[in-house]
Design a protein around this ligand. Sequence first.
Ligand code: ADP
Ligand code: MG
Length: 267
Amino acid sequence: MKKNGNGALIDLRDVVKTYETGAGDVTVLKDITLRVQPGEFVSVVGPSGSGKSTLLNMITGIDQPTSGEVHVGHEAVHTLSQNQLARWRGRNVGVVFQFFQLLPTLTILENVVLPMDFCSMYRRRERRERAMHLLEQVGIAEHAHKLPSALSGGEQQRAAIARALANDPSLVVADEPTGNLDTATANEVFVLFEELVAQGKTLMVVTHDRSLSARTGRVLHLLDGRLHRDQNNGESRSASRGSQMAGVLLQYAQHEAKGMIDERHLA
Ligand code: ADP
Ligand code: MG
């Protein structure tokens, strides 16, 4: 997915979301302005009801803002119709949910093939092979031909992550993906996310687990619908392995250049 003119992959401008309820209007997102660069690993934290899911739903186009703009890549997501949104999301965003949302009557493999069929991505005969590769990548290839109900929670979430990757999206968005998993399994899922970031994907993950959010490069703290704090966990964590390597090479080049200057001094 190509990025915005300003370099951001996600660019929210003054986003407001108001729900009309029987008890009157409730504004659950209040003037959220936010940019996320390609390759960032971002967690979203905040109390229950603070607007975390609503924020993710703005970015995936699952829900639309009352006012403000949502740009993801080159797409002005807030202007798309429902049909356009479904197509755009299917090709550009991988979505992972707390309760996996696998289709219960399809095998794990078929669940992963489905987004490719839906978006007519990859040649028909390549799709199953690609799905199998993805299941290998998340470590559950041996369960490919089982129904979701035969898998543990952690395995189902791995399958859901493989499905999210089906169309090779540059952005993966996950809403409390470890909320229904034990600590060890949650850690394994997070390791998978770290691998995706190392591959250059952009990840945005809602979590209540501080030990997990501490592993992301950036933490967005929501409080009562506002971006209360935008916390940077430091260069080493926010940088992808690729850009870390670029940094090492740059240092190396600087040392070499310094060496050459020293030699000339000696001459
Ligand atoms: P979080 O994910 O941080 O727990 P949500 O984004 O789900 O919070 O919800 C934020 C607030 O918006 C909550 O008070 C919730 O009750 C309200 N809300 C969410 N969806 C709707 C809706 N469709 N209609 C009315 N209120 C809603
Ligand atoms: Mg939520």
